[in-house]
Design a protein around this ligand. Sequence first.
Ligand SMILES: NC(=O)c1ccc[n+]([C@@H]2O[C@H](COP(=O)([O-])OP(=O)(O)OC[C@H]3O[C@@H](n4cnc5c(N)ncnc54)[C@H](O)[C@@H]3O)[C@@H](O)[C@H]2O)c1
Length: 113
Amino acid sequence: MKLNKNTKICIIGLGYVGLPLAIAFEKHFNVVGYDINSVRVDSLKKNIDITVEVTKSALKRARSIRFTSDKGDIGKIDIFIVTVPTPIFKSKIPDLRLLKKSCTTIGQIIKKI
Ligand SMILES: NC(=O)c1ccc[n+]([C@@H]2O[C@H](COP(=O)([O-])OP(=O)(O)OC[C@H]3O[C@@H](n4cnc5c(N)ncnc54)[C@H](O)[C@@H]3O)[C@@H](O)[C@H]2O)c1
């Protein structure tokens, strides 16, 4: 698969890692940023990043990113990148529940080709 400006990449989880990744990829690809937190998505649409990883001007420049909390907006994706939290329990075992939830979301969207 050749990657180009038409390659549709969906970043799942727009936190400390996912948002800067979306901003970087927007320069080269067609990026959709999905987060279950609609408050987060609404503030990103207003060019506000409360994690202060990304400046208002960088968000304004990256205007082709489609931020959404609606699964209906993430069809026909070529590549998914999952950047949701993976905290660890006291026992040091990773808590993969959010990762699994994201994979379930992706599984509902992808189709056999
Ligand atoms: N923050 C760091 O410095 C850092 C460094 C190295 C690795 N990591 C790893 O990167 C991953 C992401 O960490 P982070 O710090 O960016 O997390 P974060 O808490 O800043 O952001 C995660 C985002 O994912 C969203 N989210 C949670 N469940 C979701 C779901 N099912 N679907 C869509 N969105 C969902 C949350 O609403 C949140 O906005 C983790 O695995 C973490 O261990 C983080």
